[in-house]
Design a binder for this molecule. Sequence first.
Ligand code: BG6
Length: 500
Amino acid sequence: MEIFGSHAHAAGPCAMVILGAAGDLTKRLLFPSIYNLRKTNLLPESFGIVCMDRADFTEDTFRTHMADMMHEFVGADADPAIVSWVDERIFYVQGDFSDPANFTRLAGKLSEVDHAHGTAGNYFFYMAVAPQFFSLVAQQLCTAGLLEESEGRFRRLVIEKPFGHDQVSAKQLNQDLLKAMKETQIYRIDHYLGKETVQNMLAFRFANGIFEPIWNRRYIDHVQITVAETVGVEERGGFYESAGALRDMVPNHILQLVSLSAMEPPISFSAKAIHDEQVKVLDAIHPADPLEAVRGQYGPSEGTDPQMPGYRQEVKVAPDSSTETFVAAKLLIDNWRWAGVPFYLRTGKRLAKRVTEVVVQFRRAPFALFRRTAVQELPPNQLIMHLQPDEGISLGFEAKVPGPGMNLGTVDLKFAYTDYFGKESRTGYETLIYDVMIGDPILFQRADMIEAGWGVINPILEAWKNKKPTVFPNYPAGSWGPNCADDLLGRDGRKWRTQE
Ligand code: BG6
């Protein structure tokens, strides 16, 4: 295999500041990613990590805790030399976010790190905090002078989802952030964009001449996007009760997949060119029709051993909760390429199998050449982008079954990532953190993308707010979701791709 493109180099000197560092994200994803970045020589030697949280740690106890966590979450083969390299660069500031004095102390700590590790006043702040603190923390950082950039010195802010809980609150949050810094300093994360296979959608479409000419309404019948999870809400009942599957997955992760599948070719591989095209297609999506959206909530599993509890039995969930754990919807895109081609999406928790995939279903062959043979019906071709867990791309087509007479069978052309690139242990956050360090915003979301995403689902949010579901729970844990999701496609004479 010949590889085109350049290899990444270590980022320049900088300090990472994790706000809300005692939470889950830090130990499960951020530190393992920092470990992997060091392992692949992408971190600068002049690097420091300042962790801030109200939790009661000293610098020493936090370092010990993080070393343990790195061993736990990187796994048994964690290299002790890398763990100590990272650990030596950890600093801790204890304090809550409401007191400006704590941010003055943070500024003092950062100067210390600049001296000790040569981080040159370049900082990026990672908000691993609950969403209600986003605006406050941005304001405090600004007041402490920590967001002021100068020639050759950057200050950046990384913000996690949920970015607002509807379009109005997302706009407000954007405004709050823009009072504290410039748009170019804001890196809004959608962790789906850190997944290699999601990024590969761009490469697949635009680095190959053969697919783009048929990537439109003339040849494509419809597109299906499935993000199915086997896990339930785990310990996140408190958050999930006020979010639900629609807010949690659709305006962000799933619409990223829609925009990458449906966008026009950008004029260059610059962040602006790509984001402009993504926004254009998001703006072209017809606001979702609530009559073309269905919801579900899992009940206890049926016939599994051990039995899985229903959503209403989960921790921090109301016993009569009307929060949806499953959503399916049909979207239409109003432009020349896609007019009349439905994009069906579905996502849910506690489904039968973990799978994330984009299925592009082509129109059937136009003429029934085989009608005087044993062939009853020609199935449509499907091109499937398998995003998780077995990353790859496959294309199904009809082939003659050997033997006398004409019988057809569907066969697959398959590309599996691991066959070509091996299996690397990655969290998916490495590229995103590295891109913040080098100032590449391609994989981050601009304010208008977020607002457009919320705009698409707004009619469903409104309709569901006013109409509580009466049939919850309506699918057993471990199944493929409620029947109404099948009916959604059934009404159009289509069905979800069945999983082996
Ligand atoms: C998160 C959601 O953004 O994405 C979770 O809040 C969900 O509820 C997760 O489980 C899914 O991510 P992944 O990478 O496992 O598909």
